[in-house]
Structures are given as C-alpha cells and as structure tokens.
Ligand binder design. Structure first.
Ligand code: SDX
Length: 436
C-alpha cells in the first residue's frame, strides 16, 4: 500500500454497543482507501454483508485502475485513450503482464513467445466434433479451453514460474485459434491454421474468414478496428469474470481451468454477453419511433427488459471505452461507405434520447463498452454469436495477468466468503411414517 498522501485517517473505529474496535485503513496510489476488516470476525464476532461486492475490495492490484466518477481507465497507469491511439494489442499484453511498455527487443521476444504457441495439439480438433453444429460458440470455448489442461501437462504447475509463463503464452496465443475454430465448426467450413507472419488481429480475421480455395487478403480497416476492440476489452479491474478467475485460481486450480471459469462467467448478458444482447435489442427496437416504448420497458421494474449496453457498476460517467468505440464506429462505417448504417443511426439516437431521460440521468446510466462494439463487429461480417467469444479472446490477457498477480501475492489464500444464514434452526429428522 502507498503511504497516506492525503489527510484521511489510518484507522477506522467501529462502535458496537459499548465496545469500540479499531481497524487499519490502507491508501492506494489512486482511488478509494480501504478498511482492513480481516480481523472483524475474530475481534467482534460479526461478518460484513455486501452481496455483489458493491463496497468490497477483494484484493490489492497494480494492473488496472478505473475512476468511475471521472470515466477514466488506466492499464498499468497509461490512459486507455493513449494506448488506443499509439499501441497495439500484443504490446498491451506485454504491458499488462510485465507492468511496463516493452523495448524493441522485448517486444520482438514476446511476439516470438506468442507465435510459437498459436498452433493446437491436433487431437484437440476432435473435441469440436462432439458439439452440435448449432452449439453457441461460447459453449464450445468453455469446453475446449478447460480441456487444454488435458494436453499441456508441462504448464500446469502453478508454483513453477516457467510453467506459469508457458501457460500464459499458450492461452494468449491459442485463444484466437480456438475462437476461429469454434466459428468455422458452426458453419461447416475447414479449420484454418494460424500464419505467424500476420498480426494478432489479422491472424484471427484470416482464421475466421479464409477458405482453402482462395487467397485471403486481410482488410486493414478491419484489422485496425479489431485490434482496437481487443485493446479496449483487455482488462477491467475485478469484474465478474476476472473475480471468478481469481477465485478459481485461489484454490490452486490450473490456469486453463481458471480461464475456462472466466469464459463461463463472461457469457452472461449482464457481463460480456451484453454485446450480443445489444445487437438483438437494436434489431428488436427496429426503428427510432419505437425508442420511447423500449425506454419505458427498461424503466418498468416489472419488466425484465434492461437497456443492454447501458449502465455499469463502477462507471457513473461515460465508459471511456464506449466513447472510443463510437469514434471507431464512425470511422469504420465511413471507410466502408456505410455511414447511414441503420443500426448505428438507431444506437446514436437511443443514446441521445436515454441521456436526456431523468431515469437514466439520475441513475448515472451511460453507454458502456458493449453498446457500440457489436455495430463494428457486424460491419466486419462477424456473426453476433461470436461477439462475446471475441471479448473472451481479448480478456484472456486480463484474466491471466490477475491470476499471475494473485499467485505471486504472499498474502494470497483460498477465497471462501461467509454468509448471513436465513435457513431453518436445528431440528430432528422425521421418519416417513410421521411426516404429515
Ligand atoms: C461489462 O464490471 C465490469 O467492469 C464489466 C465490464 C468489463 O469490462 O469487464 O465493463 C463489461 O460487463 C459491461 C456491462 C455490460 N452489461 C450490460 O450492458 C447489461 C445492462 N446493464 C445492467 O444490467 C447493469 O447496468 C449492470 C449489470 C451493468 C450494472 O448493474 P449494477 O451495478 O448492479 O446496477 P444496479 O442493477 O444496481 O442498477 C442501479 C439502478 C437500478 O434501478 P433502481 O433499483 O435504482 O430503481 O439502475 C437501474 C437498475 O434497475 N439500471 C438499469 C440498467 N442498468 C441499471 N435500468 C435499465 N437498463 C439498464 N441497463
């Protein structure tokens, strides 16, 4: 923890009845300070209660920082706007993993580490044949990523640094290959092997869309747009899927199993599944004239409908990623001559109307990273079912970085939350003949 740079106190006093208890306060380099309540139960007999962890820091981390009120996002201290402008996804992977931007030689070596592992063990291909062709690609990803631990036995020992590094490189390198295979399998086309001379994003596009019968030319507009989407989705503090990966990792599960648990958690429409849900919602709204009806549905507590791509646990201002994504939307659609894309027009109108609506304004509900990403992916002819898969490809570096940080934390222990029990008090078993 950093030293107390501002004048907030270094300890908190809790008064319960006649008793006073003191707990240390730690200050981060940015963001809210924390009250260390690790000894609360042993000292007071009380637990804290925080479903959804709205006021709970689960760990100390140096990877990413979100300033939700100001709408700021830093990867290892660098603002996302600068990284989006000047960097690329593979360099961001190095930055998140090592904490610093790579020098030229480090960048070249890291790229070799990744391209060395882009191929899969050939037997993994047979896993896909076990799925129906209409399986959701996320179901396939959960299955095949978890199965990697059945093939790469030399990178399972979490206490061995070399094994951890190899597992990290394998996961970053193989996720695009697996994701493209998950797509190819659903459309019955042959799998396309990676070509290591292409960029990370270009390789993925090629594995997604190339066919053996023709040469595939990577579209530079799509390559740049996809690289930006990967950068913007790379990491985001202790979001639901990253917290899941940390919890799985805290039991000393192997890294492939941990990332598979992250993919499962990301799939939910309240989290990474929102990008797919946004496009479905825009298609359901269909026309600007229908926006007021859907906004009313979103406000109606008796209606499960939510404005997908809106709202965020941490951002109470614009998600900076949404702003960058909207700018990329404009650029990609202009370059494709699709300036008047009806879905983009509808999304812009929906955003404008919602941000004038008291319900959304009073709750500080702004567009999040998922609101515009689907429009770009759709323009790139990527099917909706692959949107969250692409999110999982990008977030893998975030997941493995947090997994590495957790493993190397000397204070790390298995995560085991407690509960407020609301069930039956102790009672005796009732033999069948006495049950009424
Ligand atoms: C991601 O955590 C991360 O960092 C996630 C992520 C990452 O990079 O890892 O940023 C990626 O998951 C982005 C979020 C994608 N999900 C969606 O777009 C789904 C729609 N959004 C909502 O489900 C919701 O906003 C959440 C889940 C994102 C946040 O939920 P919270 O923090 O639990 O907020 P809440 O449910 O307590 O909402 C507060 C109020 C409630 O109304 P009241 O009870 O005060 O009357 O706002 C309302 C909610 O009903 N509300 C919405 C809404 N989001 C919140 N009402 C309508 N539409 C919405 N989208």
């Amino acid at each position: 923890m950093s030293q107390n740079t501002n004048q907030t106190p270094d300890k908190a006093t809790l008064i319960i009845g006649e008793q006073k208890f003191e707990f240390p306060i730690y200050h981060g380099t940015e963001g809210p300070s924390v009250i260390d309540i690790q000894k609360l139960l042993s000292q007071t007999g009380y637990l804290t209660y925080d479903p959804g962890f709205t006021s709970t820091a689960s760990c100390s981390s140096a990877v990413t920082f979100i300033d939700g009120d100001a709408g700021r996002l830093l990867y290892r201290g660098y603002p996302i706007e600068q990284l989006a402008e000047y960097s690329d996804f593979l360099e961001i992977c190095y930055l998140l993993m090592h904490g610093e931007l790579p020098k030229l030689s480090q960048r070249a070596q890291f790229s070799e580490h990744i391209t060395y592992h882009t191929l899969l063990h050939e037997q993994i291909i047979s896993f896909f044949n076990g799925f129906r062709r209409d399986a959701h690609p996320m179901a396939v990803m959960v299955g095949v990523v978890g199965a990697l631990s059945a093939f790469y036995h030399d990178s399972l020992d979490i206490h061995d640094k070399k094994a951890r590094d190899t597992a990290t490189y394998r996961l970053i390198a193989k996720m695009p290959t697996l994701a493209a295979m998950a797509y190819k399998y659903t459309i019955g086309q042959p799998f396309v092997y990676p070509i290591n001379s292409t960029s990370y994003a270009g390789n993925f596009l090629r594995m997604m869309f190339a066919v053996p019968t023709e040469e595939y030319i990577i579209n530079p507009i799509f390559e740049k747009a996809l690289d930006l989407i990967l950068i913007l989705h790379a990491d985001h503090e202790q979001n639901a899927s990253t917290a899941t990966v940390r919890l799985a990792g805290s039991s000393a599960a192997n890294p492939f199993a941990c990332v598979a648990s992250g993919i499962a958690a990301l799939w939910g429409p309240a989290h990474g599944g929102a990008n797919e849900a946004v496009l479905k919602m825009l298609n359901e709204i269909g026309h600007v004239d229908n926006i007021p009806l859907f906004l009313e549905k979103a406000k109606d507590k008796n209606d499960p409908f939510r404005l997908m791509g809106f709202g965020h646990r941490v951002y109470k201002n614009f998600d900076p990623r949404a702003t960058l994504m909207r700018e990329m939307c404009h650029k990609v659609l202009d370059q494709l001559g699709q300036q008047d894309d009806p879905l983009f027009e509808l999304a812009l109108e929906l955003e404008a109307i919602a941000l004038k609506d008291e319900y959304f304004v009073s709750r500080k509900l702004y567009p999040n990273v998922d609101f515009y990403s689907g429009i770009i992916l759709k323009a790139m002819k990527i099917p909706t079912s692959m949107f969250t898969v692409i999110f999982s490809v990008a977030r893998t570096i975030g997941w493995v970085t947090h997994w590495r940080e957790m493993i190397s934390d000397p204070n790390q222990k298995i995560g085991r939350p407690r509960q407020l029990y609301s069930g039956n008090v102790e009672r005796n078993f009732i033999p069948m003949q006495n049950r009424k």
